[in-house]
Design a protein around this ligand. Sequence first.
Ligand code: ATP
Length: 456
Amino acid sequence: MVSLDKIVQFAKSTGYIYQGSELYGGLANTWDYGPLGSLLKKNIKDAWIQKFQRETEYNVLVDTSILLNSEVWKASGHVGGFSDPLTECRKCNQRFRADQLIESFDKTVDPNGWSTDQMYDYIVKQEVKCPSCGSHDFLPIRKFNMMFETHQGVVKEQADQIYLRPETAQGIFINFKNIQRTTRRKLPFGVCQVGKSFRNEITPGNFIFRTREFEQMELEFFVKPGTELEWFEYWRQYAMDWLLGLGLSKDNLQFDNHKPEALSHYSNATTDIRYQFPWGFDELWGIASRTNYDLNAHQLQSNENLEYLDPETNEKYLPYVIEPSVGVERLLLAFLTNAYDEETLDSGDIRQVLRLHPQLAPYKVAVLPLVKKLHQDKALDIYKYLSKYFDVVYDETQNIGKRYRRQDSIGTYLCITVDHDTESLNSVTIRNRDTMEQDRIKIEDLRSYIEEKIKY
Ligand code: ATP
């Protein structure tokens, strides 16, 4: 398994991910996605939308606001209700989330659902050490609200305080009636959303694993009460199959089913899909059966009836909800670490190769003139033609061997070389990143050849 330091270095030097605000000394735990990282991110989101929305008969897509009426967060419990348990080391004054301290102290312990007193007792009795200075002397746990506050309006004193959303889900719940009415969907149906969320995390870290600004891909799947556990099972497996289909190694994935006593009060089943990151298994994807908790909370807070009229039984009820929720950046980190490889060739040379699934690879194809002076025009023609259909990159610097290596190391799936025979035979060579084998292909067949190779 590649180390985290190596991945950070790799991501920076290739143009996947840069440190945020680097020019000004950085802003802690912020990251900018460069030319390759932004394409990888886009491809992950597209692949998720394809699988979770387009290819199901059940789901639609929405794009709701980051800024919401503050009543939403009262209803959801984010204001006044659940906030995170914060503790501080008396010696070094570093702050930590108590549940995370306990989890990293003993991976077999699950503090989900514990009271703050239970957590503090555990930390004191077990003499949990401060990850920063090693002492075990923590202040009692306080509740801390992780929402970023801001103000809407020009004059700050008079402006309304609002929040940046800490999850995309609430934008779906508050539109449940609108979506159901306008699409005339019958249960079961689901609503997908991809978008930014913000959490003022106490302990961000592990590169892009936990940040304060991140993107989520969430599905809220509405079902008839009583059928929720079947659907929970269905989406849990669907999510796992999608990850495996995109090449994440089976050995590095596991389900972590929450024990009944560790479930949140509104949930009757929760599983995390965990991935083996360089520091060990950690949460990638949370999947929860949330009963009718959210719709009920909004019904009470808004005084609007959010019930669904079942056309088959004529009953009115609040649907139950299954929520698979995954972070784009966490997935991206999983795909990067999974794909990174250093292969020893017969010659003894080390080949750095990023074995991303072709659907995710930032560039599907690189177009390379063998000799710049002789083959540039034709290569540029091919580049322009193919870029209508695929993400393509053009590269004419250094010798062809170096260019192949460069493309391998950033994950480009195919390399097309325009050579001395291209003019007379109307063909090019096309080289596969993983096998390094080359085919000779007619230019008119290039598009269908590439489509076939990268199809998912
Ligand atoms: P954690 O316990 O790791 O803080 P969570 O259980 O609070 O996560 P959820 O609220 O269930 O997370 O969010 C769903 C998903 O959103 C997570 O599985 C993760 O992929 C992603 N996510 C949550 N918080 C962050 C963050 N601060 N940075 C990056 N991704 C995040």
